[in-house]
Design a protein around this ligand. Structure first.
Ligand code: DQA
Length: 230
């Protein structure tokens, strides 16, 4: 998957959603941690949209057991439709009980297979101060082909700080993907692409949102296109 322009990912635990997402999305984020038998679903996948495989750890808001979590992602990488894989940036530093060597091996395996790595950071508590925010985002960009930072905005100042970090890191040559979760940050999902964010996430059906404040897919597609991000 190339991230030289904005990629809108339909986020779902059910790959059958691909047909409904096809008109508006550029990719499907497959939330393997929320699916019943994710590797079997990948075997059966016959959609046309490329997949970004995510197996989110519990310690970053997901539901995957730590045991075997990265091994499942390594298997996902071998599927032709999988063109990108999400790995929490903390894994590469051996945080969250993860063996950093295993995370490195997964990143290597992805790269050898032509699969992009999205190194992600999620802050469900808040949004760091501007300097720290920029450091978090550029470290994530260094760890992956894309550095993703999802924070929680408690006010518009948080949202603005995230947009500023996005702009600065993109101007520095990084490939960021950012979004501020929660109501005060909701607009960042539409606006961040204008400042250089290269991935947006949205559920096909708003009832299946995978994070607070997400727009539904059709709405986010319209907003991003109207604002002319990129
Ligand atoms: O990391 C992200 C971003 C996200 O948390 C969001 O805020 O849209 C949604 C998740 O599905 C995805 O893995």
């Amino acid at each position: 998957m190339e991230f030289d322009s904005f990629v809108l990912a339909a986020s779902t635990a059910d790959l059958d959603d691909e047909a409904a997402a096809r008109d508006d999305a550029d990719a499907v984020e497959f939330r393997m941690d929320l699916a019943d038998d994710p590797l079997a679903a990948l075997d059966d996948y016959d959609g046309t949209l490329p997949l970004l495989a995510t197996n989110r750890a519990t310690w970053e808001g997901g539901e995957a057991d730590d045991e075997g979590r990265l091994a499942v992602l390594a298997e996902a990488v071998d599927h032709d439709a999988v063109e990108a894989v999400d790995v929490e940036a903390a894994c590469f530093e051996g945080r969250g009980g993860v063996d950093a060597a295993e995370a490195d091996a997964l990143r290597e395996h992805a790269r050898e297979s032509g699969v992009a790595v999205v190194a992600s950071v999620h802050d469900f508590e808040g949004t760091a101060r501007p300097d720290a925010l920029r450091e978090q985002l550029s470290a994530a960009c260094d760890a992956g082909d894309v550095g993703k930072l999802a924070t929680t905005a408690t006010d518009r100042g948080d949202a603005l700080a995230l947009l500023q970090a996005t702009y600065a890191v993109a101007a520095d040559g990084g490939t960021p993907a950012t979004m501020a979760m929660g109501e005060p940050g909701r607009h960042t999902r539409a606006v961040a692409p204008v400042y250089g964010s290269r991935i947006g996430y949205a559920p096909v059906d708003p009832a299946d949102a995978t994070a607070p404040g997400q727009y539904d897919l059709g709405t986010l597609r319209t907003l991003v296109d109207l604002l002319g991000g990129d």
